[in-house]
Design a binder for this molecule. Structure first.
Ligand code: UT7
Length: 386
């Protein structure tokens, strides 16, 4: 498909609408932590980590970075790629297990920073499966005509929730974000179908025990290290290898396709052995499989969009290919989705467009500060009266 696809606005017409990816972007922090660095903290080795997981290094948030700062940068890059104004975004979904706060949502912080004044915004917590859940929800909202443009982001600063003395977890995770802009088009394609599942009986396998209503923060929870990620790695490993292939088969079937129609397989980047097991079950040639975990580790909700951005940059994903995405994670949750990568590569933004965009973000920041000032003035003038 070489011609531009026409945007479809919400309307009373019952014409079919499809949710195409029109922009994508990723952001990872600069700080690199290698396996050798970790072997100075816990009893492990580069050799053990590489053999058992495939990970060589990961990116780690600095003190001043967090889930929202990653999400905002990835979102800005995706919007620039799509040449879509933040004012045209109807919905922002941030998939994350390391939100900025329990509330307000990270999505609302992103909405404010982008100046996405016409968007609804919420966080979605399906752990490492969040991005596929988010794509599915956004695509369905577009297909039903509720919205025209959605921003789906996977963003994590999970290393802030790691116990750096627990070698069962701290070797695995990394930080970063990836974002997609989805838009309504009348031409078939885009995010086709998904298959989402959960099994809450497996919750204890991967959990951050404290900080919620079940175990509010106390001195005891801090002393007992209950504010860190706890994982039974073997259980999660067994679960992942059990569910991935069948989820993919179901998503492909629901999309009216055969496994042979899949050009590229983008699995959640958790462990190379898990990816290999799923690829083998699905009889997929290695060149069809996207693997980026050696550089980034497991970035949870961000792993699939980061993997896609990397594969596009390397030329592994090309226009008009059919992608199969699959993920699994805490919950337990798992899911797969089929995505036609069919919108022509957007032209790079001109300097003028870039300047306008930067100005828009600065102005959004000023307006946000003004709204805060007005709120505090109102509080001073009116006190508690309405
Ligand atoms: O997004 C979802 C997030 N979670 C996952 O994807 C996790 C899935 N699970 C895994 O990736 C793997 O289970 C791990 C990488 C976490 C662990 O690999 P494993 O092959 O399942 O190792 P294991 O837990 O069965 O442990 C094997 C041995 C043990 O020693 P013994 O009992 O055989 O003497 C562990 O104590 O390796 C030891 N071990 C380590 N040794 C060096 C466990 N972790 C480490 C380590 N370095 N980091």
């Amino acid at each position: 498909m070489s011609k531009e696809l026409a945007l479809v606005a919400p309307s009373a017409s019952n014409a079919p609408r499809y949710a195409h990816v029109v922009g994508w972007g990723m952001y990872v922090p600069e700080k690199i932590v290698t396996n050798d660095d970790i072997s100075k903290l816990v009893e492990t080795s580069d050799e053990w980590i590489q053999t058992r997981t495939g990970i060589k290094q990961r990116r780690v948030a600095s003190e001043h970075e967090s889930t929202s700062t990653f999400a905002i940068e990835a979102a800005r890059r995706a919007l620039a790629k799509a040449n879509v104004s933040p004012a045209d975004v109807d919905l922002i979904i941030v998939g994350t297990s390391s939100p900025e706060h329990l509330f307000p949502s990270t999505a609302c912080i992103v909405q404010d920073a982008l100046g996405a004044k016409n968007a609804g915004a919420y966080d979605l917590l399906a752990a490492c499966t969040s991005f596929i859940y988010g794509l599915s929800q956004a695509a369905n909202s577009i297909k039903t005509g509720d919205i025209t443009t959605a921003l789906v982001i996977g963003s994590e600063a999970l290393t802030k929730l790691m116990d750096w003395s627990d070698r069962g977890t701290c070797i695995l995770f990394g930080d970063g974000a990836g974002a997609f802009v989805l838009q309504a088009r009348s031409e078939p394609g885009g995010f086709m179908n998904s298959f989402l599942r959960s099994d809450g009986s497996g919750g204890p396998s991967l959990i951050l025990p404290a900080g919620g209503s079940a175990m509010p923060a106390t001195t005891k929870t801090v002393v007992e290290n209950q504010h860190y990620v706890k994982m039974n790695g073997r259980e999660v490993f067994r679960f992942a290898t059990r569910v991935m292939a069948s989820a993919c088969q179901e998503a492909v079937r629901r999309s009216g396709l055969e496994m042979d129609d899949i050009d590229i397989f983008v699995p959640h980047q958790a462990n190379k052995r898990i990816i290999d097991a799923a690829s083998k079950k699905l009889k997929l040639a290695p060149e069809k499989v996207v693997v980026t975990l050696e550089n980034y580790g497991n970035t949870s909700a961000a792993s699939i969009p980061i993997a896609i951005c990397e594969a596009i940059n390397k030329g592994q994903i090309k226009q008009n290919q059919t992608l199969m995405l699959v993920a699994f994670g805490a919950g337990l949750t798992w899911g797969a989705g089929v995505l036609k990568w069919d919108v022509p590569p957007p032209a790079p933004p001109t300097r003028r467009q870039e300047a306008q965009r930067n100005l828009y973000y600065r102005w959004a920041r000023v307006k946000s500060v003004l709204r805060r000032v007005v709120r505090s003035l109102e509080a001073r003038i009116f006190g508690n009266s309405k």
